[in-house]
Design a binder for this molecule. Structure first.
Ligand code: IVH
Length: 669
């Protein structure tokens, strides 16, 4: 390619990649798959390698992370980043509303326009755009002085490196919350525990830890996101209200939380708070309350601020998801990779609507540090969704003789030697045939995000192991109906369903197959990268560590682990046996202009023709997007039996509603 052609293509790629970032992060309706996105990015990287003079400061490749720093430099905010006063109940909110009217000299019967926003549980940052280009980014710090984390913020794909407007204002300072979603948070913690590192207590700590990394390449690997919610100094443009600002920022490419709503008067605020209390449970990120702001910037100016917080805003916190209960026992549990973790069995207790009876204590060091003992009265918290944690021991309630559980001397399941790897907190069982490891490996293999063998849950896998019907994952593909009929309470139909489910898993995507193998340090994301890069298990198995390292995002630890896995003859034999049984992982097809390109689907109700995961796959294979909730952006709602509020909402918004059969017909064209 000559220089001119390269320059044109580079510009085109900038545009295209930025557009897909926008669709993904601001509009929440991606048009291409992650793999296709990576492909565009790789093409750009290649061109920039050939023509280094074409690299610009705002090129999407500049997000991969610059060289590590020695330390962050301190920076003063031109306008202090204030904090918010908290309210904890309706009475305090009514006081807030009345205080505002009194201060403004308005009659109490007047209703104020408020903007209500979910209070994101992340960390506040400031982004500075000069002439439309992101030049600077900092943490809030103490509100007056923060840390310069520009290089790290540039790795956050939801943050535009250039504002999307042809005549950008001279200066735009925007404040927002950087956060980590629940799924990436759980994944990150799993990887950390696996690597023998202490897990993060909650998504907020994980987000802060990820952003305040001296090595931006680490930040680049964490899928941080952002919602913007406040202006700093702005020159060359005037915002008149919070609602008008929040409507403008997305046009410039800055994500704004779609759940934000302008309401009238305190009653509007109360209704919003109640609604968010419910919505909260379904969100893919943590919120810890609702932020209420006076909409008009004129009124905000009149109200001004107290020492550290504005008079025109308040944070109405949700009650914490905590409860008090008793640790009835502490039991060592062996995971898939042999890591042994202490698990607390709790006296069942309700924590904001969910009954909690177990909590992971993460690792022995953590347990000792928190001094958690059998019989202790503890505070448990459901932070970051499903995994409950013990946050504190009420030592004043400790009964005499409560003893700390010692690290077991041998594996509690197979009696093998256990080791603590120096520099890691994890304790591992070294038994190659440890039944707990085998059980967890098979459970992982069959699980939803791996081979997705429907119906093949823990209970059946345990029975298969007990009866000696499977010893490795490959044995699953040699099971016969008679084998299942040996189970207690097994019928013809159920046995056939299980066999069918096993059979249909033979052609799962390659990335799922790689993930299902359970190679240490290879999570779903890495499995996708490997599938894209190597295209088949044979190629992956033959890859040298050097070839593995050439993949962006694959580090030495991962490369070594993959190489070790494929050098183990036992593993190769298991894979061989699966192939001999007809397992053929499918290579993901790239469907740019699929039948559903650009279309968003929501599936609701009880589906009988396909599972929700299948539905998602079908939509994505055709270039569409499957979303979790109905909005104006939804194109179709596919409703199964007993569809509820999502169907109502679809009707309300005039979104097209399909039956499952209609959907399948549409799929077939
Ligand atoms: S407005 C003066 N809006 O809450 C305006 N803050 O407790 C100050 N936060 O430091 C910020 N979601 O880190 C605002 N929608 C939202 C927010 C939000 C989360 C955080 C932010 C702030 C803290 C104050």
């Amino acid at each position: 390619m000559d220089r001119q052609a390269a320059e044109n293509r580079v510009k085109q790629l900038h545009k295209e990649i930025n557009r897909h970032n926008y669709l993904y992060y601001v509009e929440d309706r991606p048009e291409i798959t992650d793999a296709e996105y990576d492909q565009l990015l790789r093409e750009l990287q290649q061109l920039e390698k050939e023509f280094p003079e074409l690299v610009t400061q705002d090129s999407p490749t500049q997000r991969v992370g610059a060289a590590p720093l020695e330390k962050f430099s301190q920076v003063a905010h031109r306008l202090p980043m204030l904090s918010l006063e908290n309210a904890f109940n309706e009475g305090e909110m009514r006081d807030f509303d009345e205080r505002i009217k009194r201060f403004l000299g308005l009659p109490m019967a007047n209703e104020i326009d408020y903007v209500c926003e979910p209070k994101m549980d992340g960390l506040a940052v400031e982004l500075i755009y000069e002439e439309g280009t992101l030049t600077f980014g900092a943490t809030r710090g103490d509100g007056y002085v923060g840390e310069d984390v520009t290089q790290n913020l540039k790795t956050v794909k939801a943050i535009p490196l250039r504002l999307h407007c042809s005549h950008p204002p001279r200066l735009v300072e925007v404040r927002g919350e950087v956060y980590l979603g629940l799924a990436p948070f759980q994944k990150l913690n799993m990887e950390r525990e696996e690597a023998g590192l202490p897990p993060f207590a909650n998504p907020r700590n994980a987000a802060a830890g990820s952003l305040r990394q001296l090595d931006p390449r680490i930040t680049a690997r964490r899928p941080l996101s952002i919602f913007s919610y406040a202006p700093g100094i702005v020159e060359g443009y005037e915002f008149v209200s919070q609602s008008q600002m929040l409507a403008t920022l997305p046009q410039w490419g800055l994500p704004v939380n779609p759940l934000i709503r302008k309401v009238n008067g305190i009653n509007g605020v109360l209704a919003y708070y109640r609604e968010m209390g419910e919505t909260r449970e379904t969100l893919p990120y943590e919120i810890d309350g609702v932020v209420v702001k006076v909409d008009s910037f004129d009124l905000q100016r009149d109200l001004g601020e107290k020492s550290r917080s504005p008079r025109w805003a308040i944070a109405w916190k949700f009650p914490p998801r905590q409860a008090i209960t008793v640790v009835e026992d502490i039991v060592p549990q062996v995971g898939r990779t042999g890591v042994i973790t202490p698990v607390a069995h709790l006296r069942p207790v309700e924590v904001s609507g969910v009954i909690v009876s177990r909590a992971t204590l993460h690792n022995w060091e953590e347990m000792e540090k928190k001094d958690i003992r059998k019989g202790d009265t503890v505070i448990v918290e459901r932070a970051g969704d499903v995994i409950p944690a013990v946050v504190k021991v009420m030592t004043e309630k400790r009964v005499a003789g409560a003893e700390l559980l010692a690290v077991p001397a041998a594996c509690p399941e197979c009696g093998s030697e256990i080791v603590k790897i120096p520099g890691e907190v994890a304790v591992r069982c070294l038994g190659l045939t440890c039944p707990a490891q085998i059980r967890e490996t098979i459970i992982h293999f069959a699980s939803r995000h791996a081979m997705d063998i429907e119906g093949m849950g823990d209970k059946y896998i345990e029975q298969l192991l007990r009866l000696g019907l499977v010893k490795t994952v490959a044995d699953l593909y040699y099971l016969k109906k008679e084998d299942f009929m040996r189970f207690e309470r097994m019928g013809d139909k159920l046995a056939e369903n299980l066999l069918n489910a096993i059979d249909s898993s033979k052609h799962r995507e390659l990335s799922r197959f790689i993930y299902a193998l359970g190679i240490r340090h290879v999570g779903e994301h890495t499995a996708k990268l490997l599938a894209n890069a190597f295209g088949s298990i044979e190629h992956l198995g033959k890859a040298t560590e050097e070839e593995l390292l050439s993949i962006h995002e694959v580090g030495p630890q991962v490369a070594q682990s993959i190489s070790t896995f494929f050098h183990n003859p036992v593993n190769l034999e298991v894979i061989e046996r699966m192939f001999a049984a007809g397992v053929r992982p499918a290579v993901e097809e790239k469907r740019l202009g699929g039948r559903f390109a650009g279309k968003t689907f929501v599936f609701t109700g009880a589906l009988s023709r396909f599972t929700r995961d299948d539905a998602k796959r079908m939509v994505e294979n055709e270039g569409g997007h499957a979303a979790g909730s109905v909005s104006k952006k939804t194109d179709y709602v596919v409703a199964g039996a007993e569809a509820g509020s999502k169907l109502d909402k679809a009707r309300q918004l005039g979104v097209a509603v399909l039956t499952e059969d209609e959907f399948l017909r549409m799929l077939e064209g």
